[in-house]
Design a protein around this ligand. Structure first.
Ligand SMILES: [Zn+2]
Ligand SMILES: [Zn+2]
Length: 273
């Protein structure tokens, strides 16, 4: 199983970090988790296109995690020449979001159908709204879910993907909670969106202070990893985004609480388990 970071950014624009997104590949099955800004470009950087996707999983409806879903859907439609269906799993509200994206793209869809004989109808998207706790199968990858804590964004759902004994937990934006513990339990890799509380607290901007109460800090993520027996922690969606010369400090803080491997993610960082 490969875990490819197809975006390690946050809502704050960063030329080196696409919006939050992670891709899991096992055998011939590719699953995208979230679709932040620029994800299709990063997928291309990994040699992957939306037409290769077996499914998209959405953790929650914050814009930074879904703003490029329209690009994934449209590119999947065009590159598969209208022949394939894209399945999207997500929390309540994802069906309406996709429906409205399709409405926004109505003119484009009409132009392409008129212009290309192969395209006789708009994008085929099968949207499945799930509840935290549901499990399902995407080809030979087993996906289990649990509720996470990112209020007032609700519901929010984290994912655990298993394939031939390999386990990846990709939990999205969340405080430490029982759901994350369940998903990450004994995982080979635990991908956590993180902030640095000590640095955010120094910035006198109220909207930035607001993020403190619904994200895991680096130390909390490390404590979660240690508590549930994770082998490797991968940080993504870092706020504030560190420059490479700061990576070692981030890792050192986490390493005080976690003995396993700690990876500070960059776009296209790939972990093979
Ligand atoms: Zn969020
Ligand atoms: Zn986010």
């Amino acid at each position: 199983m490969d875990v490819v970071l197809t975006g390690t950014g946050s809502p704050l624009p960063d030329p080196n970090r696409a919006g939050p997104s992670t891709l899991v590949r096992a055998g011939k099955t590719c699953i995208l988790i979230d679709a932040g800004r620029g994800v299709v470009m990063r997928m291309a950087g990994a040699g992957l296109f939306p037409s290769f996707l077996a499914a998209v999983l959405v953790t929650h409806l914050h814009s930074d995690h879904i703003c490029a879903l329209n690009d994934v859907i449209t590119t999947h439609w065009v590159m598969s020449q209208g022949s394939a269906t894209l399945t999207v799993y997500g929390p309540a509200g994802i069906a309406q979001f996709v429906e409205r994206q399709m409405a926004a793209l109505e003119a484009d869809i009409g132009y392409r159908i008129e212009h290309h004989d192969q395209l006789t109808e708009g994008p085929k998207v099968d949207v499945i709204e799930i509840e935290a706790g549901d499990s399902f199968q995407v080809n030979d990858i087993t996906v289990s879910t649990a509720p996470t804590e990112h209020s007032p964004a609700r519901p929010t759902i984290g994912f655990r993907l298993e394939h031939e004994g390999s386990v990846a937990a990709i939990v999205g934006d969340t405080l430490p909670c029982d759901g994350v513990d369940t998903l990450a339990s004994n995982a080979d890799v635990y991908v956590q969106t993180v902030i640095r509380r000590d640095l955010v607290e120094l910035v006198p901007i109220e909207m930035l202070q607001d993020i403190l109460d619904y994200h895991s800090g680096v130390i909390e993520a490390a404590q979660t990893g240690a508590r549930v027996g994770v082998k490797q922690i991968v940080f993504t969606h870092m706020v504030p985004a560190p420059s490479p010369d700061q990576y070692s400090e981030w890792v050192a803080r986490a390493a005080e609480h976690f003995d396993g491997e700690i990876v500070l993610g960059e776009d296209l960082t790939t972990i093979t388990i």
